[in-house]
Design a protein around this ligand. Structure first.
Ligand SMILES: [Zn+2]
Length: 545
């Protein structure tokens, strides 16, 4: 049996100790009606107008006496021109394809009518041949037969189908040949974790499928995050709502824990496909950071290592934001396959920086591979793996709002003085981390014993000594006073990832990490390669021999 020592891996050892003084911020905006409220008022008025005209318009359009118009939407132009949108019923049954738009001048006279279907509806018999429950059972069977079959390129196959609820009797008119039909909704799930809600229309006489429509669709939204700036987001359209769920990346989603500490929270959704305003005033802003961080981490692993998701099974993880109250930390939890972000001091400083997202998701990768025990030297290697991959995610994202570097959490200001949480070039700069291995390193907190491997990774990537990289200054020392030239972070990451997924085990210690990364370098570049020699020299430079 696998021991789950690393089930919950937090970002920082000391972060929880901060944030003692609470300051309440009570500034409230004055209740002046916004432009949005005015627009809503105008729309309500126009809709009322359309509802009032439904009867007279049905007559004017010479609809049959079984037909009624139901106002659905209305818009009024600046010059008073009205566009009134209606659905239709026939003998009280909804007509699919019965919708129409009436365009009126400001004085109410009809200018034009756009009908979805021109055909007249005249049904002689309103009794279906197939009973409603029989129709629902048939539809369930039809959908179940498609389990495992990919419908199209951006829809992953159905894995689960729940029996349909009631089949609703309707008139099907969309094909210009009006007849009695059933409309049935069937729910389920797809292989990538995306929910499915299909609406099927079947002929009430012979059960034939007339139309199928998946109501949950992928959309291209925009987010304004606190740390990421303005970014594109792949969202999910469900009815009139857009959700922070990314079907193109394993259905990974972001939810609002509403300052609670358990459960899956409520999925972020709104009617526009735009989320957040870039500040903590919008609860969506931290969610944008989290969702974009998860997407970037997904892409980084896929592009760099060919890995499909944290467990390499194509399934995306849940990100939960607004975890707890004044919670100054973030953590990965294997049991919920989710990561959680606190809102920081006074609930105004969410910990949603992208290297933190990459850090947390990489704990999931470690759990799914080497499963390094979260204590002793293996715990330090577990933490370092997250810092290394989190940093690589930051380089991969290369955001103007967050220029990449070899520091961890430099934007979330956990120390309160603008300094990073951790430094890879010289870990001891944080006041607690080890630059070099010694026999006591395994007794340190895992966030400090990680320093040896972080330092190794920096030296392997960039080499030793003073240098400026992407505008940031570093000065990385070596235990043996050697001068090292780096092989570049991309190669260093390949070596680390291969060691993690191929050689490391739950009990790997620093000596084992040296052996594992040397094996990985030999596999990738050859045992007499410059890369292999650089791995050896970099470990020696952090006193791992
Ligand atoms: Zn961690």
């Amino acid at each position: 049996m696998k021991r789950k020592l690393a089930a919950v891996a937090v970002l920082s050892a000391t972060a929880l100790l901060t944030g003692v003084i609470q300051v309440s911020t009570a500034a409230q905006a004055a209740p002046t009606p916004s432009l949005q409220a005015q627009a809503a008022q105008q729309h309500a008025t126009a809709l009322k107008l359309a509802a009032g005209q439904a009867g007279p318009l049905a007559k004017a359009l010479k609809l049959g006496d079984k037909e009624q118009l139901v106002a659905k939407d209305a818009a009024v132009d600046k010059d008073g021109t009205r566009h009134l949108r209606f659905e239709r019923t026939y003998a009280g049954l909804p007509v699919i394809g019965g919708d129409l738009v009436v365009h009126q001048k400001a004085d109410g006279s009809v200018k034009a009518v756009d009908k979805a279907v021109a055909a007249r509806i005249a049904l002689s018999n309103l009794t279906p041949k197939i009973a409603a429950d029989q129709a629902a059972a048939q539809v369930t069977g039809t959908v179940k037969a498609t389990v495992g079959v990919a419908a199209d390129a951006d829809e992953s196959p159905l894995t689960e189908v729940r029996p349909a609820g009631q089949a609703e009797l309707v008139v099907w008119a969309s094909d210009g040949n009006p007849r009695l039909a059933y409309r049935t909704t069937v729910e389920g799930a797809r292989a990538d974790g995306t929910p499915s809600r299909q609406i099927l229309v079947t002929d009430a006489a012979d059960g034939r499928v007339l139309a199928t429509h998946e109501t949950i669709e992928t959309a291209s939204g925009t987010g304004n995050g606190i740390f990421v700036g303005q970014v594109p987001l792949t969202t999910t359209q469900s009815g009139s709502q857009y959700q922070l769920r990314d079907a193109s990346r394993g259905g990974q989603s972001t939810s609002d824990l509403n300052n609670g500490t358990d459960g899956t929270g409520s999925l972020f959704a709104n009617t526009s496909d735009s989320f957040g305003d870039g500040t903590v005033n919008s609860r969506e802003s931290a969610a944008v950071d989290a969702q974009f961080g998860a997407a970037t981490t997904w892409d980084f692993y896929k592009t760099t290592f060919g890995r499909s998701g944290i467990r390499n099974d194509g399934v995306g993880a849940l990100s939960r934001v607004h975890y707890g109250s004044n919670y100054v930390n973030a953590f990965w939890d294997d049991s919920c396959f989710c990561m959680s972000y606190g809102d920081g001091s006074n609930n105004t400083a969410p910990l949603t920086e992208i290297d933190v997202a990459g850090h947390e998701m990489s704990h999931g990768v470690t759990a799914a591979t080497a499963n390094l025990n979260y204590a002793g030297e293996s715990g330090g290697l577990n933490e370092a793996t997250s810092d290394i991959m989190g940093t690589m995610v930051e380089w991969y994202a290369n955001l103007p709002s967050n220029p990449p570097n070899y520091w961890i959490g430099e934007l979330i200001n956990l120390n309160g003085n603008g300094t990073p949480l951790r430094y890879m070039d010289q870990p001891s700069k944080d006041g607690g981390s080890a630059d070099y291995w010694d026999a006591n390193v395994g007794n340190l907190d895992v966030h400090y014993s990680s320093g040896v491997a972080n330092h190794f990774f920096y030296l392997l990537s960039e080499g030793s000594g003073a240098k400026t990289i992407n505008g940031f200054s570093y000065n990385s020392p070596t235990y043996d006073n050697s001068t090292l030239a780096g092989i570049g972070r991309d190669k260093a990451a390949q070596i680390w990832y291969r060691a993690l997924t191929t050689y490391f085990t739950s009990t790997t210690d620093y000596a084992g990490a040296r052996a594992g990364t040397l094996s990985a370098a030999a596999d990738l570049y050859g045992s007499s390669s410059a890369e292999y020699n650089a791995v050896a020299a970099s470990w020696t430079a952090v006193n791992v021999n």
